[in-house]
Design a protein around this ligand. Structure first.
Ligand code: GAL
Length: 633
């Protein structure tokens, strides 16, 4: 596979005279891909039914004739203003029932049938016109499903669709009442038509009600995406991708990904560090111009699975962004480092967002590869450097991980619905386990709970899994390597209840969680090895062997053979020690990397990345800040 670079471009933002120069410059830089179109609906269809494809024809022709391959986005994330006249009720409603107004983007409700029909219409027009265009080499559906918290909508359209969804799932209101436990607080329904969305209730709604609403909302994204995919596929040419986000868990990405050919994601390391990550102030300051050393890698490893092996970075931060509370510039070298890190994890392509900084509107403070005056911004030279380096770095293929971390979207919803402790967050829990593995220099796959072959993994980790599907529990019980299930694992039924026997009910492991407690900041449970448990603690009973206990003699880590259960949320150092012992027990080569130094192997090379702002020495490796090295494996 050839590793390639690209850029996001908005011809509609510039006068047509500039397109030719831009295209020539992109080609001269050595870019392969140019993504266009994803917000251009008001220019493609300025008035209902009045279509103007001439400018897009020309733009595609100019870009393609310069040798670039075009990724064409469907413009459905930004319905134009006239759409509201046709469908006044298409707006998503927030939890308070307020419409999410026009004037930015993503204001549509996924459940609105009229808007879906408009999307089908515009996508059909695009697919018919460009499906066989030789310059269109890939498609992108919509833009960042879920961005700006837009998966869940409390509209009338959503309510009607939810009632249908429930009727299909439960067949009768009585079955639903039983499943949800609606006898509690006299919440029983006599008809599906009586069921409202779970907002505006006096106090918290039934968690089972909310859980089904979250499942339903995720399914609406899947079917919305599938509608577009089915249309594009009728006019073949080019793989279909969607650009997912960082730390977005509101819909099941695997379910959307099942319909697509490529997963891609939008990587903004510095923005994410300040606005999407729990970390100490000290950590945030140490990586303020580099981004967290593990957050990008987490998503690379996650989206590799979502894309069934094929994935890109569709938007790569090229300089300061505009949307975080503070927006510092990357340390010189970081744009190159981020790009190479994606390739080391198996990306086929990395595209920068965006070509030229926009002089107007919301993102005028967001850097591009070019400044608003078309001179090169600092990111430009770094992209050029990567392109020069790519010729001497053939990709030998992605290496499968030694360790699997199971990541489950339903679990993320479950613990948002019922955190039980204010700081219990599923992503945070999984990410803390991932970080420990990265510090050991291990190659990790982040996999879905439905993965059917786990046999190649030396170590399988399942923190916080809401339910343990039968097939997965059988695979874990039969696994020859080490398995570690973490706190809250299998602690509920899919209907969101604690139905005895008590959890975690992992075959072969005699251990029951009899009581749980969340732990406020500043409080801890002390372990006999000097470590601590924070955030979450469980009292367990059973005959499983106690590997590690608390100072006062309660089990914290238990096992039967190589099947382990961890009854709490350890602090980072304790977790690191624990996972290190398990990894070494499986013969894995643990590195103990210094802060900021990270590695990822391909089949032939080891990549070393220095995320820190100072030079790092580690064995034979010496790296300047924001630099990287490759050593043969
Ligand atoms: C992404 C989005 C882009 C742009 C970018 C700015 O989330 O897909 O359209 O807004 O952020 O960083």
């Amino acid at each position: 596979m050839k590793r390639t670079l690209g850029v996001c471009y908005y011809p509609e933002h510039w006068s047509p005279e500039v397109w030719t120069q831009d295209a020539a410059r992109m080609a001269e830089l050595g870019l392969t891909w140019v993504r266009i179109g994803e917000f251009a609906w008001s220019r493609i269809e300025p008035e209902p039914g009045q279509l103007d494809f001439d400018w897009l024809d020309r733009a595609i022709d100019i870009l393609g004739s310069a040798g670039l391959k075009v990724v064409l986005g469907t413009p459905t994330a930004t319905p134009p203003r006239w759409m509201l006249e046709r469908h006044p009720d298409m707006l998503a409603l927030d939890r308070e029932g307020r419409p999410r107004g026009f004037g930015s983007r993503r204001h549509y409700c996924f459940s609105h049938a009229g808007y879906r029909a408009e999307c089908a219409r515009i996508v059909t027009l695009l697919a018919e016109r460009y499906g066989k265009n030789p310059h269109i080499a890939a498609w992108q559906t919509d833009n960042e499903y879920g961005c700006h918290d837009t998966v869940v909508s409390y509209s009338a359209a959503a309510r009607e669709a939810f009632r249908d969804w429930l009727a299909q799932r439960y067949q009768s209101p009585q079955a639903l009442n039983r499943a949800w436990g609606n006898v509690f607080w006299s919440m029983e329904y006599a008809d599906f038509a009586e069921i409202d969305l779970p907002n505006l209730t006096v106090t918290e709604p039934n968690p089972a009600h909310v859980m089904d609403f979250r499942r339903f909302s995720s399914d609406q994204v899947v079917s919305f995406n599938r509608l577009q995919v089915d249309i594009i596929r009728r006019h073949p040419d080019g793989p279909i991708a969607h650009n997912y986000m960082g730390r977005e868990v509101a819909f099941d990405h695997h379910a959307v990904g099942a319909d697509l050919d490529i997963a891609s994601w939008d990587s903004y390391p510095i923005g994410f560090l300040s606005d999407r990550l729990e970390a100490s102030n000290e950590h945030k300051l140490a990586f303020v111009r580099q981004g967290d050393p593990d957050l990008q890698a987490f998503h690379h490893d996650l989206y590799r699975a979502v894309g069934k092996g094929r994935w890109w970075v569709m938007e790569q931060q090229p300089g300061p962004v505009n949307w975080a509370p503070y927006n510092p510039a990357p340390l010189p070298g970081m744009v190159r480092l981020w790009t190479w890190e994606a390739f080391a994890h198996g990306a086929e392509a990395v595209c920068y967002f965006r070509w030229r900084q926009a002089p107007f509107a919301q993102e005028q403070m967001h850097a591009g590869l070019l400044r608003p005056d078309s001179k090169a911004a600092p990111g430009f030279a770094e992209a050029a450097k990567v392109i020069a380096e790519l010729s001497s770095a053939p990709d030998a293929g992605t290496l499968a991980g030694d360790v699997a971390l199971i990541f489950d979207y339903e679990s993320a919803w479950a613990w948002q619905i019922q955190p039980q402790g204010a700081d219990f967050d599923y992503f945070r829990l999984c990410f803390s386990w991932y970080r420990a593995l990265r510090r050991m220099g291990l190659n990790i796959d982040i996999i879905a709970p439905g993965a059917d072959d786990l046999s190649s993994y030396k170590l399988i980790l399942a923190p916080g899994l809401f339910t343990l599907p039968k097939t997965l529990s059988a695979l874990l019980a039969a696994h020859v390597g080490t398995v570690l299930c973490g706190p809250r694992c299998n602690s509920k039924t899919p209907e969101f209840s604690i139905t005895p026997p008590l959890p975690p009910q992992i075959p072969g492991l005699d251990c029951q969680v009899t009581r749980v407690e969340s732990i406020p900041p500043g409080v801890q449970v002390d372990l006999e090895d000097g470590g601590t448990i924070v955030h979450w603690w469980e009292h367990v009973e059973g005959s499983a062997h106690v590997v590690l206990g608390t100072r006062d003699g309660q089990p914290a880590l238990v096992r039967a053979g190589k099947l382990h259960y961890l009854a709490g949320w350890p602090d980072d150092e304790t977790l690191y020690r624990m996972l290190k012992t398990l990894a070494e027990g499986e013969g894995l080569d643990v590195l103990d990397l210094p802060a900021g130094l990270r590695v990822r192997d391909t089949k032939t090379e080891r990549f070393w990345f220095n995320y820190s702002a100072s030079p790092v020495n580690f064995g034979d490796i010496e790296l300047a800040p924001a630099d990287l090295a490759r050593t043969p494996r």
